[in-house]
Ligand binder design. Structure first.
Ligand SMILES: [Zn+2]
Length: 196
């Protein structure tokens, strides 16, 4: 015997009547090995049985019955594009008008930003004072809110105070929102699957 016994993969290839150097070697092995020959014959028997099965065309509603149970996972960006396309007006004139309005808003915002950029020093002076006051008020408010949401013992346990505590709370809120959104999506999918 010039090689090891055939693997199931080798036997499957022979049953599929694949042609090649490997198959030629496998065939010559079959002739000299009773074990592999028996395995091949068993497979051949099954193939013959399958070939004798009567051909049955699927019923008319087969594909719709199957597709009703298939959940189609639409990528996030595709859903957004679809939603925008649904919202966009059908008439070309309105589309152009809407596009023009969007471009105008973009231009205004950009111009405002550029103008603010050129007046940076003057604005900075006013902004600094305003921001300082708002920030200190917001920081103490946010700290109170953090303690209210998460609780002082939790923050103390995590060693988080001040700004780090606030970031932690924001992160926690975002995670909760994400989990809630994911849950809603699952519910929506489940509801869609129930619809015949
Ligand atoms: Zn063998």
């Amino acid at each position: 015997m010039d090689r090891e016994h055939l693997t199931q993969h080798d036997i499957d290839n022979l049953l599929d009547q694949e042609q090649g150097q490997e198959q030629t070697a496998a065939r010559s092995h079959l002739e000299g090995c009773a074990d592999c020959r028996a395995a091949y014959d068993r497979g051949r028997h099954v193939v013959l049985l399958i070939e004798q099965l009567p051909y049955r065309a699927p019923s008319l509603g087969f594909s719709s019955v199957v597709m009703a149970r298939v959940t189609i996972h639409e990528p996030f960006h595709v859903s957004i594009v679809d939603a925008i396309q649904r919202l966009a007006p059908r008439s070309p004139g309105l589309r152009v008008a809407l596009g023009g309005a969007a471009a105008m808003i973009g231009l205004l915002v950009t111009s405002a930003l550029v103008w603010m950029g050129t007046r940076a020093t003057a604005l900075q002076f006013v902004a600094n004072i305003t921001i300082e006051r708002v920030a200190s008020a917001a920081l103490s408010g946010a700290e109170d809110a953090t303690v209210a949401i998460v609780g002082e013992p939790t923050l103390a346990m995590l060693g988080l105070q001040g700004v780090r505590g606030i970031w932690f709370t924001l992160w926690l809120l975002c995670s909760c929102a994400f989990v809630a959104a994911f849950g809603l999506r699952l519910l929506a999918n489940a509801a869609r699957r129930r619809v015949p």
